[in-house]
Design a protein around this ligand. Structure first.
Ligand code: KG4
Ligand code: ZN
Length: 409
């Protein structure tokens, strides 16, 4: 089964084509192409993602990435003259993204038929205007090729991203889903989410904890802004903090010390807005006393990172014990943080019983379409609803809605 997948929920436009090969009840994924284009350089100037600008960039770039993906995956070109009816439908589907019409018409005339079985697309959660670009692009492809669409939850994509690994030769590998022991705890740490998700069985999800305010990635980005570092600040804070750790083994509490919000509360919730405010007040005070400099900024980055991750580790430990967890998955952009990885490895290696700890490979921690293709495959295998034009047994792709606040269930 070949799947083309699209991800446009935030500031990365991404397209992949994978082939799922089943042999003796096991699936392995062959990655025919995967391309991600980041908008970071564009949003950097403004210190964050602007939804309307993100939408325009996705609309401009999505058909270009689709074309590139088809070429890279060596999907045969079969030219055709586009019928009036097809052209009218494409224009109608894309009436809110007129800048992409010509490029999609060119795809329709070059690839009139393809050996692709499904189009998978992220439908939420994310920035709604950005999500619509991906959905409408998927609808156009579904119309041209007469193939069904499988809508995918972005957060489920992050969880299932751990099924794609990388060997020493940097080739992609597939983890056998049957090797995963339940119950599974997924800790989702991204720019928009901080959630503890319990799975008692394959593809079932129950939220058992969350942030009460800011997401952890958002807190990293805000603290970076307070320190005058460019967007997205997560990786920059992390690099500064690691620099500080190589210079000073122990945290320099005499220079900076922050609270660990909610660390002793009896639930699985976390909170990051108070920590961010503590950093803000500290920075303002250091500015006033002329003690804010490169050296103190390093110590601040480390103390913030220590505090943010200490709370997560503590709450995770509690969840592992409460639910007798066998597998811990940590996914989402912040899962690429080095200190976080080290601290969770420490937690698991000192745990009372063996627990499997799974992280995505680093380049699949942040948003990408490979995870959407993989989640799409397992949703199809599970018999979830797919959408197709001119197929009386299926709903129309026009019924797919972008859901900014989609909740994983
Ligand atoms: O999952 P993701 O790519 O997008 C969302 O779905 O939100 O996560 C992006 C977030 C940003 O807030 C970014 O600053 C953070 O992940 N991030 C990091 C690191 N790399 C990315 N935060 C801390 N340390 C990192 N190394
Ligand atoms: Zn994400």
């Amino acid at each position: 089964m070949k799947i083309l997948s699209i991800e446009t929920s935030c500031d990365e436009t991404s397209v992949s084509i994978i082939e799922a090969i089943t042999f003796e009840n096991k699936v392995s994924f062959s990655i025919l192409s995967t391309i991600t284009l980041s908008q970071i350089a564009l949003h950097e100037k403004f210190g964050g993602v602007f939804p309307t600008m993100a939408k325009r960039e996705h609309a401009k770039n999505l058909p270009i990435l689709i074309k590139q993906s088809l070429l890279e995956a060596k999907i045969e070109i079969k030219e055709q003259n586009i019928s009036e009816e097809l052209e009218r439908d494409i224009r109608e589907i894309l009436h809110r993204e007129p800048e992409s019409i010509d490029a999609f018409l060119s795809i329709a005339s070059q690839w009139s038929e393809v050996l692709i079985d499904y189009v998978a697309v992220t439908y939420g959660p994310g920035l709604e205007p950005a999500l619509w670009v991906g959905i409408n692009g998927a609808k156009v492809l579904s119309r041209i090729w007469n193939v069904p669409i499988i809508p995918v939850d972005h957060m489920e994509g992050h969880i299932l991203s751990i099924l794609i690994g990388e060997n020493e030769k940097k080739e992609y590998t597939t983890l056998d889903k049957n090797s995963i022991q339940f119950p599974v705890l997924s800790l989702l740490v991204s720019g928009g989410h901080t959630e503890f998700i319990l799975s008692e069985s394959w593809l079932s999800y129950k939220k058992i904890g969350k942030t009460r305010d800011d997401a952890i990635g958002e807190a990293f980005d805000k603290v970076a802004r307070i320190l005058g570092l460019p967007y997205p600040g997560g990786p920059k804070i992390s690099a500064l903090a690691d620099e500080e750790r190589t210079l000073f083994i122990k945290p320099r509490v005499e220079i900076v010390s922050y609270p660990r919000p909610m660390i002793y509360t009896d639930d699985l919730d976390v909170s990051y807005s108070g920590l961010k405010t503590a950093v803000l007040y500290d920075v303002q005070s250091k500015e006033k006393h002329n003690t804010l400099n490169e050296e103190t900024k390093r110590a601040i980055a480390r103390e913030f990172e220590d505090a943010a991750i200490e709370v997560l580790v503590k709450k995770t430990k509690k969840a592992l014990e409460t639910y007798n967890i066998q597998t811990l998955i940590i996914a989402g952009g912040v899962a690429s943080n080095n200190h976080l990885r080290r601290e969770f490895e420490k937690l698991i290696s000192n745990f009372d019983y063996p627990i499997e700890l799974l992280f995505p490979t680093k380049n699949l921690s942040t948003d990408n379409s490979l995870m959407i293709a993989v989640a799409g495959y397992f949703n199809i295998e599970d018999g979830r609803e797919t959408y197709q034009y001119s197929n009386s047994t299926k709903k129309s792709p026009n019924e797919i809605q972008a859901l900014g606040n989609l909740v994983l269930t």
